[in-house]
Design a protein around this ligand. Sequence first.
Ligand code: IMP
Ligand code: MG
Length: 179
Amino acid sequence: MNQDIAAILLSEEEIAKKVAQIGAQISQDYTGKDLLIVVILKGSVIFAADLLRKITIPVNIDFIAVSSYGTGVKTSGVVKIIKDLNCSIEHKHVLIIEDILDSGKTLHHLTELLKTRNPESVQVCTLLNKPDRREEEVDVLYSGFDIPDEFVVGYGLDYAENYRNLPYIGILKREVYEK
Ligand code: IMP
Ligand code: MG
């Protein structure tokens, strides 16, 4: 295990099982619909890559990059679009893929923004959810795991751009960010 990780919260196997379940559910729910998966860069990339291969219906993909964090562990509350979508979402069923729902600010702002672009629907799929930390209301259609209020990294999630490549989700040692 990486020396900065206090404990493994979710193993590769647990994650894979959940991702397969969510992929099957999405495939069922969106059958016959024009589905556009919107991947939020960069944290959701690994989740999305695995999830997409568990989706068995036709699907389009696009990417958006937003920033609210800088390099810290708490949101600044200001959500900025760093890279917008390349395609139009008009009349499409949009499913946003997020790594973790924390205060809810990112997804609240993003869903409100995308709804102004005349899509058929906008829904959210998040791998992780920290319910205790919610400040803004967000409707979530698919949620992998509810987790406690700990800072976690791995499987795409970072601290100061590190640890994204860990294959599991681990709790980061406090001493790493409380220096
Ligand atoms: P929110 O806007 O507060 O809901 O924050 C969502 C974003 O914060 C996620 O996309 C992550 O980039 C980041 N984030 C929140 N909690 C964690 C965590 O425990 N580890 C890593 N990133 C996190
Ligand atoms: Mg991040």
